[in-house]
Design a protein around this ligand. Structure first.
Ligand SMILES: C[S@@+](CC[C@H](N)C(=O)[O-])C[C@H]1O[C@@H](n2cnc3c(N)ncnc32)[C@H](O)[C@@H]1O
Length: 338
């Protein structure tokens, strides 16, 4: 795919000096609108205890990070990453402390982040995939097709290219492939044809342009009937996954990152929100030489949580403990006689 690899700026926020408040008492930091999903279950599967070194690879609104910090106490250490500088700026101050490092970087850069911080492998890693409510509500991002905004769709707007720019040059075949693979949408070919036809008539730059290209109607659109999903839902998901290289990020986390950054017997917990992500996690955890599964089946949100927090409806939590690498076998070759 013709999207340049993202680089990430790896901006570090230093830990607060001991005793200093995370923010002036007169001006409490703005709160995130994001409600952490499956919070109690995440804390449980991570088997948190004082002193542990924990990575929250997807800081977001900081809800999971904050609760993790309470469990690991002042002698534990939290390294929280987010690819979105705005989430780092919003949530960093909420969790700041002498034992906390907040870093603007994708979790695929964790090996470099830990080296920069002079920290070795960690005991726990949490990944809570996808977007958070603050990003959905941000009128400059294009995550929601209920609001007309530039069709950007990047978590990190300092790198890569916005979706509208990619859509201006992509071929119909490439586009159909992306919508089919990442949106799992059986109408992929039709959507791609309509999008290309639309862009030949007028620039396609906003969320409403994309919705109009797909549905032929100006947004907003409210579905009826048993499947009330907006017809553009899967196209938005596909473009977001493509623009942010989300599956490549997850693959790197499940393999390279955990190989080098998670201690033997350390735990990885992943919250995923669609079948493409969940399938990757499930397949990775199936390798008995690398992982010991901690749940017989993935956990999902209770009906009560789903009612209170609609984002939790599609969430699946999987967790596994990393097995130590097998010791190298002693060579059985007879040593040559001196
Ligand atoms: C679902 S939210 C996390 C919510 C968080 N657990 C909480 O309790 O508020 C996902 C966050 O991960 C970030 N993100 C997505 N892909 C990322 C990646 N590859 N590396 C780091 N952060 C990423 C997004 O910017 C977003 O802020």
């Amino acid at each position: 795919m013709a999207i340049p690899p993202e680089l990430g700026s790896n901006r570090l926020m230093s830990p607060q000096p001991p005793g200093s408040p995370a923010f002036p008492e007169s001006s409490p930091p703005p709160r995130s609108a994001h409600v952490p999903v499956l919070l109690r279950e995440v804390l449980q599967v991570l088997e948190l205890a004082p002193d542990l070194k924990v990575v929250d690879g997807t800081l977001g609104g900081g809800g999971h990070s904050k609760a993790i910090l309470q469990r690991i106490g002042p002698t534990g250490r939290l390294i929280a990453l987010d690819r979105d500088a705005r989430m780092v700026d919003l949530s960093g101050p909420r969790i700041a402390g002498p034992n906390v490092h907040v870093v603007h970087a994708p979790y695929s850069h964790l090996p470099r982040v830990l080296t920069d911080l002079n920290l070795g492998p960690v005991d726990r890693i949490l990944l809570d995939l996808g977007w958070c409510s603050d990003q959905l509500a941000d009128p400059e991002r294009g995550f929601s097709f209920q609001v007309n905004s530039p069709l950007d769709l990047r978590y990190d707007t300092t790198t890569g290219q916005p979706a509208w720019k990619w859509l201006a040059t992509v071929t119909e075949d490439q586009l159909a492939h992306v919508i089919f693979e990442f949106g799992e949408d059986h109408l992929a070919r039709q959507h791609a044809r309509r999008i290309v036809a639309f862009r030949q008539q007028q620039p396609l730059q906003t969320t409403f342009d994309l919705v109009a290209a797909i549905t032929g109607q100006p947004a907003p659109w409210r579905g009826t009937g048993p499947d009330s999903r907006h017809p553009a839902t899967q196209v938005f998901q596909a473009l977001r996954i493509a623009v942010n290289q989300e599956l490549e990020q997850l693959h790197e986390a499940l393999h390279g990152v955990c190989d080098s950054c998670l201690k033997p017997h350390g735990i990885l917990a992943v919250l995923s929100f669609h079948s493409l992500e969940d399938r990757m996690v499930k397949q990775a955890f199936r390798d008995p030489t690398r992982w010991e599964g901690l749940l017989s089946k993935p956990l999902s949100a209770s009906p009560a949580e789903q009612r209170l927090n609609p984002r939790s409806r599609t969430a699946l939590l999987r967790a596994a403990r990393k097995k130590p690498s097998p010791a190298p076998r002693p060579s059985t070759d007879p040593s040559p006689a001196p």
